[in-house]
Design a protein around this ligand. Structure first.
Ligand SMILES: O=C(O)c1ccc[n+]([C@@H]2O[C@H](COP(=O)([O-])O)[C@@H](O)[C@H]2O)c1
Ligand SMILES: Cc1cc2nc[nH]c2cc1C
Length: 351
């Protein structure tokens, strides 16, 4: 069994000395100090994460964790639960948005069945089904503590394997009809917010369905009484298997000193669980974008992250995170590739 406490203790802050050396290098590059704005900040964070003043070229992957949610029985999504396995097949065939965007960003797509509620067998699929979807959280715990730990272990194992084959930055992706309900329940519980403040329309529900979704989440929290001080308890009771898997990806990446680009609301909820459990893991995170889903803003604020993109996305799959890969590449292209004032014979600031 995964020793999560040892992993938490093994996660180190990023290298502040290297960040400072990278900052000194930036001051030498042929541009007014600070003029590349957030691209400079991205490069500094990557320097601290990798421990290299000139970080190596990014080798990118997106881990798409797929799972089903028993709470879909309550009518909380605009789409039927069967879309989850159908989209998994679409990911494997290369026809989804995440495939198109990953191709463009030169990122590997890793698709994981961590809890889809149907039989899926395909050579290209990483089959790590913990159970056939979660239980209906409106009536009891979504999963057991043990199952949540098993799902975290799956994410940890997958990111470890990616690191061993040279991946140095990972995006979090997910697919699961009903998972904005789980993400809202987690956010309400962990941030101590009213359910209505953190609940949105997901795949596109109407006003009446939104009112029902809020009632169901309130019922789930009242039934399960998750312990806010214990993020793993909250995760097991009102989370999801794909969310737990992404917690494992984030903690495993942080332990291995790999950068993690977080996608939207569901990925954000996984980051909230991971950082509540291990605050140091935050050093390794980039918020790829800000989702339309209203609870996401509260998560990024709580994590003190500043999203890189605001494209009004609400798709998931890792799409916003993979789009942000382009900005990480751009940050390193300038930081590593530009000439210094001395090298180029350009005059420095006066006075
Ligand atoms: O990433 C986001 O911010 C996001 C916002 C809304 C919906 N989604 C995706 O839509 C699905 C969940 O929506 P729902 O309405 O079924 O809860 C799931 O597959 C997510 O990947 C994702
Ligand atoms: C078609 C479809 C694709 C998705 N990708 C992520 N969530 C999704 C939800 C639906 C409904």
């Amino acid at each position: 069994m995964l020793d999560l406490q040892s992993i938490r203790e093994a996660i180190q802050p990023i290298n502040a000395q290297v960040v400072e050396e990278a900052r000194q290098r930036q001051l030498q590059l042929t541009k007014p100090a600070g003029s590349l704005g957030r691209l400079e900040e991205i490069a500094l964070q990557l320097a601290g994460i990798t421990g290299q003043v000139k970080p190596p070229r990014l080798q990118k992957a997106v881990v798409v964790m797929a799972a089903d949610h028993g709470v879909t029985a309550e009518g909380v999504s605009a789409y039927p639960a069967e879309v989850t396995p159908q989209m998994v097949l679409n990911f494997l065939a290369g026809g989804a948005a995440i495939n198109a965007l990953s191709k463009q960003a030169q990122a590997e797509v890793v698709v994981v069945d961590i809890g889809v509620a149907s039989e899926l067998s395909d050579q290209r699929l990483i089959s790590r089904k913990i159970r056939w979807g979660t239980a209906n959280m409106a009536r009891g715990a979504a999963m057991t503590h043990e199952e949540a730990l098993q799902a975290i272990a799956v994410g940890y194992e997958i990111v470890t394997r990616l690191a061993e084959s040279g991946t140095n930055v990972v995006a979090t992706g997910e697919m699961g009809i009903g998972n904005t309900t789980a993400a809202s329940a987690l956010t309400a519980a962990l941030l101590g917010r009213d359910v209505a403040e953190v609940t949105g329309r997901g795949t596109g529900i109407n006003d009446q369905q939104l009112a029902q979704k809020i009632r169901i989440i309130e019922q789930a929290l009242a039934t399960n009484q998750p312990d806010r001080s214990d993020p793993l308890d909250v995760l097991a009771k009102v989370g999801g298997l794909e969310i737990a898997g992404l917690v494992g990806v984030i903690l495993g990446a942080a332990e291995r000193k790999m950068a993690v680009v977080i996608d939207g609301f569901i990925s954000g909820a996984a980051a909230l669980v991971a950082v509540t459990y291990c605050p140091t893991s935050r050093d390794y995170l980039f918020a790829g974008h800000i989702s339309v889903e209203r609870g996401h803003r509260l998560i990024v604020e709580a994590l003190a992250l500043e999203p890189l993109l605001d494209l009004h996305l609400r798709l998931g799959e890792g799409t916003g995170a993979v789009l942000a890969f382009h900005l990480l590449d751009a940050a390193l292209a300038t930081h590593n590739g530009m000439s210094t004032f001395g090298e180029a014979g350009v005059s420095e600031k006066e006075g």
